[in-house]
Write a protein that binds this ligand. Sequence first.
Ligand code: LLP
Length: 427
Amino acid sequence: MPWFAYRNGVLCAEAVPLDHIAAEVGTPAYVYSTAALTDRYRSLADAFAGMPVLIAYAMKANSNLAVLRHFGALGAGADVVSGGELQLALKAGIAPGKIIFAGVGKTRDEMALALKAGNTGIAQFNVESEPELQALSEVAAGLGLRAPVAIRINPDIDAKTHKKITTGKAENKFGISYRRAQAVYAEAAALPGINITGVHVHIGSQLTDLTPYEETFQRVAELVTALRIAGHDIRRVDLGGGLGIRYNDETPPDPRAYAELVRKHIAPLGCEIALEPGRYLVGNAGLLLTRVTYVKSADKKTFLILDAGMNDLVRPAMYEAYHGVVPVKAPESGAEIAPVDIVGPVCETGDTFAEDRPMPPVDQGDLLAILSAGAYSSAMASTYNARPLAPEVMVHGDRFAITRRRPSIEDMTALETLPAWLSEAKA
Ligand code: LLP
């Protein structure tokens, strides 16, 4: 990872030593590299050069405003899945015309917000069910508008990824079955508040094999052709996200190989192409900086107990996900490597980042970096155990800025009030 490398014996984010950040910001803290974000965005955009593509960043992966702003400035749009994400994208300056609204449970209030965003409304709603189609039509017609709609097709293709992040199988809750697509498009075309603009698919996340993509693209191309024959004006094909990254020893596909498949199967349709990458753009652009609170030698194991916990990075607990862990101070050459369990302070056995992980010697007080923590890390954090959300830091060359500060206990309780009968009671 070129953006995070040892210089003079200390792990740096770009040109900033991570121990400087820890001294100023404290730990745990998420650290993002601007150069990494730029590189990832450009590598994808360049791979699609010559094709009319909208890169709608799946901001569920990381919705820090500075990250959004940076991608917006590079030309990205946003894939949002809630009214909250929509408002953040707009706040970060992303034009409504570059925003796509996905998700299986959009409420009528969220639909209205999106229809009214800016003066124009958003680019596209990705609709996942017939009741949602009906509701969207009613809300739009009530506002005297037509909602631009792509219907999410569930192609029943196995993305060969973790079962909790596979979405394109018939048994998953997402989309409308390929088999019923024609009927649902016909229904949509007859609704007063709907304007059909496209087709959407997303088969899963952290895909490391291109074969499921190729099968999906073939199905989508066939469907678009059939829908056009049926008289629908399909102008945009939204291929979703899912491109995998390397956490450990995976060999994720090169974006150019992915783009070639799109060029082969989708580009000939002559549509605008939308992509919804999340993890690919941010996953390896961030790490979680943490300090070892204790080294505990138990009967069978040695535990490194960190000040970061599952509330800061839930992926290992939730998906048995692997994240690299490295010391901030470069280990001495020839240092003895021994297995340790790396755990957080949260009162749950599942609060474990790694079991039997080979590590060089680590002492109490040492700083560690948990790698590949740019995606689905801060975004999935909670305040469980009344732990403050860890701050977020963005590095740019030899500078860094706190883009979200650590909340105080007053911040954390700002929304709470005691009911009168308790506040009146004598303590
Ligand atoms: N589009 C749709 C409709 C999605 O549901 C998702 C992710 C994306 C795009 C972006 O996928 P990506 O490019 O990031 O793979 N929390 C899990 C991942 C959940 C993904 C949910 N949907 C994790 O930490 O692995």
